[in-house]
Design a protein around this ligand. Structure first.
Ligand code: PMP
Length: 290
């Protein structure tokens, strides 16, 4: 398997990072996850919404004072080339990560962003779709890292410590995934996806000022819901509203579209995939496999 590392395609199995890599030591790295879907027409996996993901990577990198040499267009082309080189015939996943490396000459030792170099790597892995698979969600006692600590618009590696703790806590209790609340105890997001709720004809989702990741799938699903004639509200959401909802959906690149059938032992809606989720699943299938 090949990886793209700092301008070259290299053997992905070989080590490429220095042990002093600060992205490793301090979590000062930014990453993305991009699914690539095959379709009957294309015959080979094509990255979905790649430009939007690489635009967010560029924005995340700004937070970490990383100036990428590769433009968004370069990165889209590199992801495509990597899939080709790795001969993925089926659906796969592209993982770009940009990280702070080691001190530049003359820079003082310490936890800092300036005076530290950076690197970028892209890898791929085969990954089948799980579109429509129901999720049983536990409410984690670990809360999402606040926007006041790490800008939530950026997908920064260090903030995922809270998500990993949350997932381990909830899966140990038999749930599939974890719901993280905000520091104020409102609904934030699941470990790697955003939350969409339906009450009657109204679709609601936590607003970006709740300190959630501005998900690309979230944006697309909200546009779909508006076009389908639903009222769409981005607002503060209480946990009790999820428990009383007709439908709750997880939306994100990894989970794709997943109906939530249970939250902390409470059944959600009818406890099975609802009609809104089913419409979103069908629409997402055609959108991702043109
Ligand atoms: N929230 C979190 C915490 C995530 O890690 C992800 C996955 N990137 C999402 C939401 C969904 O974002 P997207 O739809 O852009 O994949």
């Amino acid at each position: 398997m090949y990886a793209y590392v700092d301008g070259r395609f290299v053997d992905a199995a070989q080590p490429h990072l220095h042990l002093s890599t600060q992205g490793l030591q301090y979590g000062t790295a930014a990453f993305e996850g991009i699914r690539a879907y095959t379709s009957e027409r294309s015959g080979r996996p094509a990255p979905f919404a790649a430009a939007a993901h690489f635009e967010r990577l560029h924005r995340s990198c700004e937070t970490l004072s990383i100036q990428l040499r590769e433009s968004v267009e370069d990165l889209v082309a590199l992801a495509d080339e990597l899939i080709e080189r790795n001969r993925h015939g089926e659906d796969c996943y592209v993982r770009p990560v940009a990280y702070k490396t080691t001190f530049q000459p003359g820079a003082r030792f310490g936890v800092r962003l300036r005076g530290v170099g950076h690197g970028i790597a892209l890898t791929t892995v085969a990954m089948a779709s799980r579109l429509g698979t129901p999720t049983r969600l536990g409410v984690s006692s670990f809360r999402r890292v606040s926007n006041a600590s790490i800008p939530s618009g950026a997908k920064i590696s260090g903030s995922y410590v809270a998500h990993a703790l949350a997932v381990d806590e909830c899966t140990a209790l038999g749930y599939d995934d974890a719901l993280l609340l905000t520091q104020q105890g409102r609904v934030a997001e699941a470990s790697t996806s955003n939350i969409i709720v339906r009450h009657g004809e109204v679709i609601s989702t936590p607003s970006l000022d709740q300190g959630i990741l501005p998900g690309i799938t979230r944006r697309l699903v909200l546009e779909f819901a508006r076009r389908a004639g639903h009222e769409v509200l981005e607002r503060e959401i209480e946990l009790s509203e999820l428990l009383a909802a007709d439908e709750v959906l997880l939306v994100g690149t990894g989970v794709e579209i997943s109906p939530v059938i249970e939250i902390s032992r409470h059944r959600v809606g009818a406890g099975e995939i609802g009609h809104f989720a089913q419409r979103v699943v069908d629409w997402y299938h055609t959108l991702t496999r043109p």
